[in-house]
Ligand binder design. Structure first.
Ligand SMILES: CC(C)(COP(=O)(O)OP(=O)(O)OC[C@H]1O[C@@H](n2cnc3c(N)ncnc32)[C@H](O)[C@@H]1OP(=O)(O)O)[C@@H](O)C(=O)NCCC(=O)NCCS
Length: 164
């Protein structure tokens, strides 16, 4: 039985261990890491999946700012233990995190990831065309999701880490 729960600071070593395995140690080198480094993920939105013995899934969210004044979230990394994949756990983590974000009044989310995976949740590169990241990114993998219709309209500029 797999339980999904809010990520707590004490989960950090197991989350990082899972990310190291899932991304073969590369996740800290990605452009999005500049928006995460030295910060805590959003508590209450970031989730872990656990069996009684092991942490088997993680999704994290981060506060960001789009351009000068528009707040939003960055989703990622998302990872599921290799032995727990293809049973819908990745989708459960993403959907539960996004549902909570909507409930809390967040309006827009972006991520850098595989469009064929994230399209099922509604993420599209169409929303991020006028945005830039603090490093190189493949435009096809730079994806946005409007939690409120029209939330990306007029959103432009650099995506930066946001304190709140
Ligand atoms: C991506 C990941 C989180 C999916 O976890 P999961 O629990 O297997 O996800 P789900 O069960 O919800 O979805 C599985 C489906 O997504 C597909 N899928 C998995 N990774 C995919 C990818 N990168 N691109 C497109 N489709 C993908 C699977 O083939 C499967 O398809 P099916 O439903 O038609 O059989 C997991 O494979 C993982 O941790 N991968 C390594 C880390 C990673 O790449 N993370 C982020 C991706 S940008």
């Amino acid at each position: 039985m797999i339980e999904i729960a809010a990520e707590l600071p004490e989960h950090d070593p197991a989350v990082e261990g899972l990310l190291d395995l899932a991304f073969a140690g590369t996740w800290r080198g990605k452009t999005c890491h500049a928006l995460r480094a030295g910060r805590a993920p959003v508590r209450g939105l970031s989730l872990v999946a656990r069996t009684r013995r092991k942490l088997v899934g993680t999704v994290r969210f981060w506060h960001v700012r789009f351009g000068r004044s528009q707040d939003g979230l960055m989703l990622g990394p998302l990872a599921v233990d290799a032995n727990a994949r293809a049973g819908g756990l990745g989708a459960r983590l993403v959907e539960e995190g996004l549902a909570m974000a909507r409930k809390l009044g967040h309006r827009r989310v972006f991520l850098v990831g595989d469009a064929p995976y994230y399209a099922r949740f509604g993420f599209t590169a169409a929303h991020t065309r006028k945005l830039a990241l603090p490093g190189p990114v493949d435009a096809k993998r730079f994806l946005g999701l409007e939690l409120v219709p029209g939330a990306f309209v007029g959103t432009a500029g650099l995506v930066q880490a946001n304190a709140a």
